[in-house]
Design a binder for this molecule. Sequence first.
Ligand SMILES: Nc1ncnc2c1ncn2[C@@H]1O[C@H](COP(=O)(O)OP(=O)(O)O)[C@@H](O)[C@H]1O
Ligand SMILES: [Mg+2]
Length: 256
Amino acid sequence: MDNNAIVVNGLTKTFGAKTAVDEISFKVARGRFFGFLGPNGAGKSTTIRMLSGLLRPTRGEAWIEGRPLRGDLLKIKEIIGILPEELPLYERLTGAEYLVFAGRMYGLPRVETRRRAEELLEFLSLAEDRDKLIADYSMGMKKKLALAAVLIHNPRVLFLDEPLNGIDPISGRVVTDLLRRITSKGVTLFFTSHVLDVVERLCDEVAVIDRGRIVAQGSLDSIRSQRALGRDASLEDVFLKLVSADVTREDLSWIG
Ligand SMILES: Nc1ncnc2c1ncn2[C@@H]1O[C@H](COP(=O)(O)OP(=O)(O)O)[C@@H](O)[C@H]1O
Ligand SMILES: [Mg+2]
């Protein structure tokens, strides 16, 4: 098998007349912290939902760890974890119950599930709240718990859709430290965000998507040089240059 965890070839999704994702192609090497960046409505969630088997592509193909998306989806679901934008939490369970449920769903033995659940709760500073109902968790706590639940079966590729939205800086730090540790163990992270500085701080490589098309891909340095921006250009400069071509700033004449 080659060194790529994710290979995407001409992947397309249309919803009626709307092309949400338009013939995108890219590769992500194993162990990368890959940032998928773009403005609202660009097609990030649609892409991640196709790659994780939640949404059937209209056209194109992708391989996750060499396994075709259009083949046996169960084979893919065994080795991936997906954190969707809308968290799949059962609010009437406690945090600890939810993690045990997640582990058991993946067929982990009971004792091993409990061991991993306790370690994850401890690591994510949720141990004190382990017996609280999820309904009473804050947004940041819910994100951390959902992340713990996708890690419990030790996935090789993790898809994270806006994982840091709504998280305070301290929890954000805990989560990003955890994500870094995970990539250092050879797990591949595919991470969407519209928050530029987060992507800039964390990701080894990025792809920028705008209106369903990939408009740039590579390391930040290579994107800067392709776009003839200085080495000290921030990702924000690059991003604005790439995606804002027809952003017209209406001046809000009726205000004031
Ligand atoms: N189920 C759907 N039905 C119709 N249109 C959709 C659906 N899901 C997404 N879209 C449209 O596809 C485009 C891309 O959406 P999305 O992938 O959610 O963008 P992003 O995650 O980058 O903000 C948007 O224009 C959105 O309105
Ligand atoms: Mg989205």
